[in-house]
Ligand binder design. Structure first.
Ligand code: PEP
Ligand code: MG
Length: 887
C-alpha cells in the first residue's frame, strides 16, 4: 500500500525518496524532512501527501479510513517524540497545521497555530508553562485563527472585540492585557463563534484537527488559489500536502522570539543574512505587520539607524546557532534559502526552509557569486535564473536627473519604477487597466484577494507591512515595483481619497513609485533605459557560450534595432514593413495606393513611397551592419489602412483628384468580413505586383548604397508572407530576382541576398517540401499559424481564451506559449520536409512565441537555427535558448 502520511523529526529515523519528493510531500513537507535528516532542530510532525488531497477532492470531500488510521499513528509519533498527549488535560500536545503545495502558493489556507487547545487543555498549558497569561493568549489566538481560516468567519469581528477591550482598559499594546483580560476575551470570542457559526467552538481536539486538514484540502480549490494558479501556470491537479507539527512557542517571554530570514539579501543578492524577528511573538505577528519587526543583524540595524536591538545583539547564542544553520543550509541546498524560525526559551527551532524568491538582480548576483565560490557550475548558474525575471532588469528606472516631488517614502519592497493613476482596490485596478489606463494599486496592506489587482497594476503601494509582508513577497515574485509599509499613507475608502504625507489626493490622481528606494512622488516622473553590465553581462556571456540557436529581433525602426543590438540581437528576424507606413505623413500615400483602381493611380503613390522606404532600409542596414536582416514584404490587414472618417476621405480626394463618393464606394468594395483571412500577405503582391516591386527596389537600392558608402555589404533576406502554395512564392521570387538584377545593373554593384517565406498557414507547413524548392529560408509565423490551425481569430480570442485556460482546455494561452502538441506538429513537419528538399535551408521563428521560454525550448528540440523576439525580449531569448540547449 502507498504510504499516505510521513512522519519527520523527533523519533522518525528514515527519510525515503518519496518523502523527499516535493510532488508528494509538497515543498514544505519535503524540506522539513530533509532538514530533520541532516540533524537540524525541527519540531517533530508529519506530512499528509498531495495524493491524498487529490483523492479527497475527487471522492466528494471524504477522508478514507486508511487516512484516519495513518494520521492517528502519526499523532502518536509526535506524542512519543515530545512526551505530551494530544487533548490531555494535564500536559497537552499542541500542533500547528499548514498547507504546502509543490511550489509556494499564496491563496491557499495559511496556518493554524496552537491547535489542541480547549477549555481543559488551556489549564494544562497554563500549569506546564507556568504562565497563565501566555496560555490564555494562546487560546484566544487559536480561536481567532481557527474561526477565520477553518470556519470562514470574518476575522474583523475578533479584531474589533480585541480593540474594544483595549480601549475599555485604556491599553495601547496587546502586551498590556493580563491573563484575566485574555480569559474574558476567550469567552467573548466563543460567543462570536456561537452567533456567527451557529455552533459552539469545537472542544474535541480531533474534530479540530480534521477540520483544519479539511480546510487545507478545500483551500486548494478556493477562488484565490485558482487565480494564482492561472497567473503562474500551475496545474489544477497537483493538490496540496498538509503539515502537522508540534508547536514551539516564540511568545514565552523575552528569551523567546520568532522570525523570517534569507541566507542572502533577496533584493540585491549581497552576501548578508537578511531578515526580521520579533521578541515574544508568534509567527503571524511578523508577517501580518501588526508590530514592527526588528533587524536580524547589527549591521542592518545600524544601516537603518534603528534603535531596537538586532537579534545578533539581543540573543547572541540563538543568533550564533541560526548563522550556523544558514551556512549548513546553503551548502546542503546549494542555493539561497528563505527560512522561518522560532526561539523558545533560548532554543532555536527551524519551521521551514525553501529556495528563496529573489529579484532578477539578486538572482544574477547569487548565480555569479555561487559559481565563483565553487558552489555551483556555470551551467547551473545559467539554469538558475528565470529568463522571464530578466524583464525586471530590462525596464526603465527613474531618471536620476528628473525632478521629484517626493510625498513620502516606505520600504523598497520590489525594484523598478512605476507610474500611474491611483486606484484603491483590486477590482478597480483591473477595470481601469482593461480600459487602457496605467494604475498604481494603493492599499493599507494587501492580501491574497488582491492578487488580480496587483497583477493588473504597474506598481503597488501599501501603508503597512514589512519586506516580508504579502505585498512585498508577491510583488517581487510578479516583478511589480512595490513600496510597502509607507506609514505616511492614509486611505479613506468611503470618500475614495487618500493622504500621502501632507498631500491630499483622489483616486485617479497620478503618482510614481521608486521601488529601488521606496520613494513616492506626485505625478509622472520620467524614466531612463536600463544599463546592462556587471553580473548581467557575465551571465549572458555564459549563456551565449552554451546556446546553439541564434537570437534575432523583430524590429522596424533604427531605434528599436539599436536597442536590440545592445540587448545582443544577432540580426533582424522580422521587419514588418507595413508598420513603417502607419506614420501620418505616409498613410495618405498608402491609402491612395490601396484605393487606386488603375495601375497609374497606384504608381504615383508608389513613387512617393519609394524614396521613403529606401531611406528606412538604409538606416536599418547601417545600424545592423554585418548582420542578416529579414525584411518582410507588405502584409497589411487592409482594414487597418482604409480611411473611415469623412475628413480622411476629403483629404484623400484632394490629393488624388478623385471624388469623395468615388473613394467611399471603392473603400466599400474593399471592405472585408474577415480581414485576417482576406486580401493580405502575398495575395496583395500577387494582385498588385508593383507594390512588392517597389519594396524590393527600395531594399536593393538601399543595400547597394550602404555597401558603396561603407564598404560593408548588408545581408538582406527578403521574406514573402502568408504563402500557401509553391506557385505564389515562385511568381514573387521571380519578380524580386528580376528587380534585383535591374537595380544591380543601374547601381553598378550587387549584394548577396536570399528570398524565403514565412510558414504561417497549415497548407504551407504541409507543402513545405515543395515550397522549399523556391525559398532559401522559412520563418515560422506562429501568430498566424496558431490562428489558422486553431481556427481562432487573433483579434477576437481575448474574450474566450481566459476561461479556456482556467478550465484547463489549454495549459496556457496558445498565442503566448506555442501549442506544442498541435501547432508544434506542423512546425516540426515543415522543418523536416523543408530540410529534406534543401538540407541547408535556414529555419527560424518570428511569431510572438520567439520570446517565450517554453516555446524556445520547443524550437531547440526541433532544431531551428534561430528565434526572433521583440527587442526587450532578446536577453530573455538568449538565456532561454541556453537553458534549452542544456536540457
Ligand atoms: C506571425 O504571423 O506569426 C507573424 C510574425 O506575422 P504577423 O504577426 O505580422 O502576422
Ligand atoms: Mg503573420
Amino acid at each position: 500500500m502507498v504510504q499516505t502520511v510521513y512522519p519527520f523529526g523527533g523519533d522518525a529515523a528514515h527519510v525515503d525518496t518519496r518523502q523527499r519528493d516535493k510532488t508528494i510531500t509538497g515543498g514544505k513537507g519535503a524540506n522539513l524532512a530533509e532538514m530533520a535528516s541532516i540533524g537540524l532542530p525541527v519540531p517533530p510532525g508529519f506530512t499528509i501527501t498531495t495524493e491524498e488531497c487529490v483523492s479527497y477532492l475527487q471522492h466528494g470531500a471524504e477522508f478514507s479510513d486508511a487516512l484516519r488510521e495513518a494520521v492517528a499513528g502519526a499523532v502518536g509519533h509526535i506524542e512519543a517524540s515530545v512526551g505530551k498527549k494530544f487533548g490531555h488535560a494535564g500536559d497537552p500536545l499542541l500542533v500547528s497545521v499548514r498547507s504546502g503545495a509543490r511550489v509556494s502558493m499564496p491563496g491557499m489556507m495559511d496556518t493554524v497555530l496552537n491547535l489542541g487547545l480547549n477549555d481543559q487543555t488551556v489549564e494544562g498549558l497554563s500549569a506546564t508553562s507556568g504562565d497563565e497569561r501566555f496560555a490564555w493568549d494562546s487560546y484566544r489566538r487559536f480561536i481567532q485563527m481557527y474561526s477565520d481560516v477553518v470556519l470562514g468567519l470574518d476575522h474583523g469581528l475578533f479584531e474589533e472585540a480585541l480593540e474594544i477591550a483595549k480601549e475599555d482598559n485604556g491599553f495601547y499594546a496587546d502586551t498590556e492585557l493580563s491573563a484575566e483580560d485574555w480569559k474574558a476575551l476567550v469567552t467573548e470570542f466563543k460567543g462570536i463563534v456561537q452567533t456567527e457559526w451557529g455552533k459552539p467552538f469545537p472542544q474535541d481536539v480531533n474534530e479540530q484537527l480534521w477540520g483544519a486538514i479539511r480546510a487545507v484540502f478545500d483551500s486548494w480549490d478556493s477562488d484565490r488559489a485558482k487565480v494564482y494558479r492561472r497567473l503562474n501556470d500551475i496545474p489544477g491537479d497537483w493538490g496540496t500536502a498538509v503539515n502537522v507539527q508540534a508547536m514551539v512557542f516564540g511568545n514565552m517571554g523575552d528569551t523567546s522570539a520568532t522570525g523570517v530570514a534569507f541566507t542572502r539579501d533577496p533584493a540585491t543578492g549581497e552576501r548578508a543574512y537578511y531578515g526580521e524577528y520579533l521578541i515574544n511573538a508568534q509567527g503571524e505577528d511578523v508577517v501580518a505587520g501588526i508590530r514592527t519587526p526588528q533587524y536580524l543583524t547589527k549591521a542592518a540595524r545600524e544601516a537603518a539607524g534603528a534603535k531596537p536591538l538586532s537579534m545578533e545583539e539581543a540573543m547572541p547564542e540563538a543568533y550564533g546557532e541560526l548563522a550556523r544553520v544558514f551556512d549548513l543550509l546553503e551548502k546542503h541546498y546549494k542555493d539561497m534559502q528563505d527560512i522561518e524560525f522560532t526561539v523558545e526559551r533560548g532554543k532555536l527551532w527551524m519551521l521551514q526552509t525553501r529556495s528563496g524568491k529573489r529579484t532578477a538582480k539578486a538572482a544574477l548576483k547569487m548565480a555569479v557569486d555561487m559559481e565563483a565560490d565553487g558552489l555551483i557550475t556555470r551551467e547551473e548558474a545559467v539554469r538558475r535564473v528565470d529568463p522571464m525575471a530578466l524583464d525586471q532588469l530590462l525596464h526603465p528606472t527613474l531618471d536620476p536627473d528628473a525632478e521629484r516631488n517626493v510625498l513620502g517614502a516606505g520600504l523598497p519592497a520590489s525594484p523598478g519604477a512605476a507610474a500611474g493613476k491611483i486606484v484603491l482596490d483590486a477590482d478597480t485596478a483591473e477595470q481601469w487597466v482593461e480600459r487602457g489606463e496605467k494604475v498604481i494599486l494603493v492599499r493599507v496592506e494587501t492580501s491574497p484577494e488582491d492578487i488580480h489587482g496587483m497583477h493588473a497594476a504597474q506598481g503597488i503601494l501599501t501603508a503597512r507591512g514589512g519586506m516580508t509582508s504579502h505585498a512585498a513577497v508577491v510583488a517581487r515574485g510578479m516583478g511589480r515595483p512595490c513600496v510597502s509599509g509607507a506609514s505616511g499613507v492614509s486611505i479613506d475608502l468611503k470618500t475614495r481619497t487618500l493622504k500621502i504625507g501632507y498631500q491630499d489626493l483622489n483616486e485617479g490622481d497620478e503618482i510614481t513609485l521608486d521601488g529601488a528606494n521606496g520613494q513616492i512622488m506626485l505625478g509622472i516622473v520620467p524614466t531612463v533605459e536600463p544599463e546592462l553590465a556587471g553580473d548581467f553581462g557575465t551571465l549572458m556571456e555564459w549563456a551565449d557560450a552554451l546556446r546553439r540557436m541564434k537570437v534575432r529581433t523583430n524590429a522596424e525602426t533604427p531605434d528599436d534595432c539599436k536597442m536590440a543590438r545592445q540587448f545582443g540581437a544577432e540580426g533582424i528576424g522580422l521587419c514588418r514593413t507595413e508598420h513603417m507606413f502607419f506614420d501620418a505623413s505616409r498613410i495618405k500615400a498608402v491609402r491612395q495606393m490601396i484605393l487606386a483602381e488603375e495601375e497609374a493611380g497606384r504608381s504615383s503613390a508608389l513613387e512617393v513611397l519609394l524614396p521613403e522606404q529606401r531611406a528606412d532600409f538604409t538606416a536599418i542596414f547601417e545600424v545592423m551592419a554585418g548582420l542578416p536582416c529579414t525584411i518582410r514584404l507588405l502584409d497589411p490587414p487592409l482594414h487597418e489602412f482604409l480611411p473611415t472618417q469623412d475628413s480622411e476621405f476629403e483629404e484623400l480626394a484632394d490629393t488624388t483628384g478623385l471624388g469623395v463618393d468615388h473613394l467611399k464606394r471603392r473603400a466599400g468594395e474593399l471592405h472585408e468580413f474577415n480581414p485576417m483571412l482576406g486580401h493580405r500577405g502575398c495575395r496583395l503582391g500577387i494582385t498588385f505586383p508593383e507594390i512588392y516591386e517597389m519594396q524590393a527596389r527600395a531594399i536593393f537600392e538601399a543595400a547597394c548604397d550602404v555597401k558603396t558608402a561603407s564598404g560593408e555589404a548588408p545581408i538582406p533576406e527578403i521574406m514573402v508572407p502568408l504563402v500557401a502554395t509553391q506557385k505564389e512564392l515562385a511568381i514573387l521570387k521571380a519578380l524580386i530576382d528580376e528587380t534585383a538584377q535591374k537595380v544591380f545593373a543601374e547601381k553598378g554593384t550587387s549584394v548577396e541576398y536570399l528570398v524565403g517565406t514565412m510558414i504561417e498557414l497549415p497548407r504551407a507547413a504541409l507543402m513545405a517540401g515543395e515550397i522549399a524548392e523556391e525559398g532559401a529560408f522559412f520563418s515560422f509565423g506562429t501568430n498566424d499559424l496558431t490562428q489558422t490551425t486553431l481556427g481562432v481569430s487573433r483579434d477576437d480570442s481575448a474574450k474566450f481564451l481566459a476561461p479556456y485556460v482556467e478550465k484547463g482546455i489549454f495549459a496556457r494561452d496558445p498565442f503566448v506559449s506555442l501549442d506544442v502538441e498541435g501547432v508544434g506538429q506542423l512546425v516540426e513537419l515543415a522543418a523536416q520536409r523543408g530540410r529534406a528538399t534543401r538540407p541547408d535551408i535556414k529555419l527560424g521563428i518570428c511569431g510572438e512565441h520567439g520570446g517565450d521560454p517554453a516555446s524556445i525550448a520547443f524550437c531547440e528540440k526541433v532544431g531551428l537555427d534561430y528565434v526572433s523576439a521583440s527587442p526587450y525580449r532578446v536577453p530573455i531569448a538568449r538565456l532561454a535558448a541556453a537553458q534549452a540547449a542544456l536540457k
